[in-house]
Design a binder for this molecule. Structure first.
Ligand SMILES: [Zn+2]
Ligand SMILES: [Zn+2]
Length: 455
């Protein structure tokens, strides 16, 4: 009898021991609003404050119940994560005069405490977002009270009992750090960057070529990784692209391409929506690296993309246990309406990249296959991509006409502004606008039309 009880446990342990893959969580853009439901400072002007749900509203940033639920959702869907990446933007979108350094730090402290409570033994890699500063976006390339305070708040994660003093040093200096995550046949390194230093809205670093000397340091780290045969995961809050100043964007992207051989993946948040990007080699011929952009926990609509609402999201990245190469990711979400109406706070899988798009893994070559498939007229995968981009709100169809589709595809394959603009100009929508629009009703009909929008 006792053996019967033990069998499932033994089977679970054996599966764990012989599993070829492992995973980590990526949680970003929580934007926790401590005033939700009272002053509701983060809510949009048109929000109906009498109808705010307990777990959040698409008109506001996250209440505590949602932040807590997201962290608990990671626990329930995989408490055995190898590590967690907490990719920043913990502070709400509110008027600047309602915030202060103290309020910024208090909000981050509350989330830090909750992560420690739920994951007391899991390594956490925290990042700075453009909202994790006062005034917002103005993160400097030099030491200041916020970097100092966060270095102290996070020192057990960053310094691991005194094993990584240089991590604290670079974090205090510029909000960035690197450390070895695990030593297998080769060492696996985390490169955690403060890309807010390159943000167009950051006046504190405007006119400085290499704020915080992060570029020089980044190159040193990547060069060292090449010499030492290490492999590197790159974590950023703001992804390179149109949010970066153009020169710094080019410099960042050149570094990624130059050292692509050692880079396992680039992981970002900030956009609040779900997408991916592909880096090509200098000849723009071969894909060399993939960047993955995770959607936000905060369901607030309308700040980074015109008023398209979405559900709260967290992401699980699955990697090869022995090589640490990225295999797939699973996007989890909370159906906000159900949480509010029925207290159902189950975080469910929305989709897995490889299963949805029918590819073996998420290496750069497979990302290209998926992206190129999108180009087909009325491609069903593109329809799935666009729905998932907005985390399946189930509040009606979000249209994406030919111009919109072109912009999406050009953004995936072009991280440089000039190349992106050229791509959009080159793609030809003439005569196809509207007809290229996908929706569930017309999908079957347009699928039979073997017309290609792109060349
Ligand atoms: Zn954000
Ligand atoms: Zn951000």
């Amino acid at each position: 009898m006792r053996l019967l009880i033990l069998l499932p446990l033994l089977s679970h342990l054996l599966t764990q021991c012989f599993a070829l893959s492992d995973y980590f969580w990526f949680i970003s853009d929580i934007h926790f609003d401590p005033t939700y439901g009272s002053a509701s400072e983060s809510c949009r002007e048109d929000a109906d404050l009498m109808k705010l749900g307990e777990f959040g509203s698409v008109d506001c940033d996250a209440p505590w119940r949602l932040a807590e639920s997201a962290i608990h959702g990671m626990h329930l869907n995989g408490g055995g994560a190898q590590f967690i990446v907490w990719a920043g933007d913990s502070v709400p979108h509110t008027r600047e005069d309602t915030l202060s350094e103290e309020k910024v730090l208090t909000g981050i402290q509350k989330l830090t405490d909750q992560l420690r409570l739920e994951f007391p033994r899991t390594p956490v890699y925290p990042l700075l977002g453009n909202h994790d500063y006062h005034p917002r976006n103005q993160l400097p390339g030099k030491t200041n009270n916020i970097y100092e305070s966060l270095a102290t708040m996070w020192q057990d994660w960053l310094n691991e009992g005194g094993r990584n003093p240089e991590v604290l040093e670079t974090f205090r200096k510029g909000g960035y750090y690197t450390k070895i995550m695990v030593e297998l046949d080769e060492k696996i390194r985390a490169l955690v960057l403060n890309t807010n230093l390159y943000y167009l809205a950051n006046e504190a670093t405007d006119g400085i070529d290499d704020p915080g000397e992060q570029f020089a340091w980044m190159e040193e780290v990547l060069q060292g990784a090449t010499q030492e045969d290490e492999k590197v995961h790159v974590f950023v809050h703001i992804p390179p692209g149109t949010d970066f100043r153009s020169q710094q964007n080019s410099r960042f992207n050149r570094l990624i391409v130059k050292y692509a051989d050692v880079i396992l993946g680039i992981y970002a948040g900030h956009h609040h929506f779900d997408s991916f990007r592909i880096y090509y080699d200098e000849q723009n011929a071969e894909p060399v690296a993939g960047m993955f952009i995770s959607p936000s926990v905060s369901p607030l609509k309308g700040y980074l993309d015109d008023s398209i609402p979405h559900n709260p999201a967290i992401r699980k990245y699955i990697f090869d246990r022995y090589k640490f190469t990225l295999q797939d990711y699973e996007q989890f979400y909370l159906l906000l309406d159900l949480a509010n109406s029925q207290n159902n706070t189950a975080w469910q899988i929305l989709y897995s990249f490889s299963k949805t798009y029918g590819v073996k893994n998420v290496d750069p070559a497979n990302l290209v296959i998926v992206k190129d498939g999108f180009k087909e007229f009325a491609n069903e995968d593109f329809h799935k991509y666009y729905e998932r981009k907005y985390v399946n709100l189930r509040r009606g169809y979000v249209p994406c006409d030919c111009d919109c589709k072109e912009q999406e595809i050009c953004a995936i394959g072009n991280l440089n502004r000039t190349q992106y603009d050229a791509c959009v100009v080159e793609a030809d929508c003439s005569g196809l606008n509207g007809a290229g629009t996908l929706n569930a009703a017309s999908l079957g009909a347009v699928l039979v039309a073997a017309v290609f929008i792109f060349h």
